[in-house]
Design a protein around this ligand. Structure first.
Ligand code: NI
Length: 183
């Protein structure tokens, strides 16, 4: 196991569409997931996509246990999701703060579908199929965007709400940045 280096915005690798995983339950996939879990934990992140550590595979992990760093964040079960597909459940859009381990020190207010169904596989090739809303839905949309080469800043509609965390939240006027997570 190893903590891997996280690529940062500006690295062209983060702008590529990642490839589908074709074989499950392999030593290579197991190693990748172990590295991703260790890296996410080391960075205190809520999620991580394989392209963020320079791996061209459609693999994301996410999960939020109760975390003192994000006291207001809803809990999300630790999930390994491969070849994911997302379907919005309604037209309802919610705007909330997001951060990204590939865009360190910054936050932006990002519109996302409030309610989604997502499906895909786990590392053993077992099907995952869930309908979720709120923060859970947001994290999944953020992570899956990474697989299509999309970073959250390109989804921000009002660029006044994109900036350095310390500056944005200095006066506390914009709410608590720690209600959002870096993923
Ligand atoms: Ni991210």
């Amino acid at each position: 196991m190893a903590v891997r280096k996280i690529l940062r915005m500006g690295d062209p690798f983060l702008l590529q569409r990642a490839n589908e995983v074709e074989e499950f339950d392999t030593p290579e996939l197991k190693q990748l997931i172990e590295d991703m879990l260790e890296t996410m934990t080391a960075c205190d992140g809520a999620g991580l996509a394989a392209p963020q550590i320079g791996v061209d595979q459609r693999v994301v992990i996410f999960g939020v246990e109760h975390n003192p760093r994000y006291p207001e964040a809803e809990e999300v079960p630790l999930t390994i999701l491969i070849n994911p597909v997302i379907e919005p459940r309604s037209d309802e859009i919610e705007i909330a703060w997001e951060g990204c381990l590939s865009v360190p020190g910054m936050r932006g207010a990002v519109p996302r579908n409030t309610s989604i169904r997502y499906h895909g596989m786990d590392q053993f090739g077992q099907s995952i199929d869930r309908t979720v809303s709120g923060f859970h839905a947001r994290v999944v949309q953020h992570e899956c965007d990474h697989l299509d080469g999309i970073l959250y800043p390109s989804r921000i509609e009002d660029m006044r709400y994109f900036g350095f965390t310390e500056e944005l939240f200095e006066e506390g006027s914009l709410g608590n940045p720690h209600a959002s997570c870096e993923t």
